[in-house]
Design a protein around this ligand. Structure first.
Ligand SMILES: Nc1ncnc2c1ncn2[C@@H]1O[C@H](COP(=O)(O)OP(=O)(O)OP(=O)(O)O)[C@@H](O)[C@H]1O
Ligand SMILES: [Mg+2]
Length: 265
């Protein structure tokens, strides 16, 4: 009777082949993990690089805006205050001239009164631009209401504002509220300047304990991915203000579909 035994050589061959197959598999796995690890590290480095590039550009925009703002204040002070005070000073010295007629004295005095009034108005306007008094005295809600009134009075746009948040008078909030106010100022300027919007809507609401500002306009919209729309300072400033507020900014806009912006603060 013939026994069906497998030759020993064959068993050894199978063991060797299986061993080689395992070795190959292990080698392929090691290679796979090695290269995917390299890819992960590469992605991580690239992400960090982009993040630091973004941070740098935000910082750059903050510094540029600060310098622009200083330049503007210096110009305002020079043109609207210093030059007028100069003439007031000249007129005051004129009053010291001996033998002035009563008519001349009245004329010079009226000049001084008029110029002082204009200088006062200008200094109030400059101070108002730097920090709107209503915002400081009555808070964000009143400040935004006044801002909307100013835009509504231009008649070219209708602004709808609704506030569903009750702000408390915490002093720590002042700085944060000034950021929200400045963000809205820039958004509204953009809606008019670029969007040619005829209607703007602003909503403050609280969802799950988080304050949101929901802003939208019915303007011409823009492509948020295009680099030409990322050159201005306005949106970069908004981004850095939102990051000061530890918030997140969502911009949604399409050509002919208006612009919607949401951020939390
Ligand atoms: N509401 C909007 N409707 C249409 N386009 C907009 C709107 N907001 C922004 N944009 C587009 O995005 C670009 C960037 O806006 P951003 O405010 O950053 O810069 P800017 O207004 O051009 O200049 P800056 O604000 O520095 O004076 C604008 O040039 C415009 O093309
Ligand atoms: Mg702008």
């Amino acid at each position: 009777m013939k026994t069906n035994t497998i030759p020993q050589n064959e068993i050894i061959c199978v063991i060797i082949y299986t061993f080689i197959a395992f070795l190959l598999m292990a080698f392929v796995l090691i290679l796979f993990f090695y290269f995917s690890r390299i890819k992960i590290v590469k992605n991580e480095i690239e992400k960090r690089y982009l993040e630091s590039k973004h941070q740098k550009s935000l910082l750059h925009s903050i510094i540029t805006t600060q310098e622009d703002e200083r330049k503007r204040i210096a110009q305002d002070l020079h043109d609207d205050i210093s030059s007028k005070l100069n003439i007031v000073s000249l007129n005051s010295h004129l009053l010291l001239t001996p033998d002035l007629s009563q008519k001349e004295i009245t004329e010079i005095t009226n000049n001084i009164i008029n110029l002082t009034k204009k200088t006062l108005d200008n200094s109030r306007r400059i101070a108002h631009d730097l920090l709107p008094p209503v915002l400081e005295k009555f808070g964000l809600d009143a400040g935004v209401k006044e801002l909307c009134l100013e835009f509504n009075s231009s008649k070219s746009v209708s602004v709808k504002y609704e506030n569903l948040i009750s702000f408390n008078d915490d002093n720590n909030d002042e700085q944060r509220h000034l950021h929200v106010f400045r963000i809205l100022q820039e958004l509204m300027n953009n809606s008019l300047r670029h969007g040619k919007a005829s209607s703007i809507s602003i909503l403050f609401e609280n969802e799950d304990g988080i304050n949101y500002c929901k802003y939208s306009d019915n303007g011409i919209g823009f492509d948020t991915t295009k680099s030409c729309n990322k050159k201005g300072l306005g949106m970069k400033n908004i981004e850095s203000r939102v990051s000061f507020l530890n918030g997140v900014l969502h911009i949604n806009s399409e050509i002919n579909k208006g612009t919607q912006i949401i951020f939390n603060f």
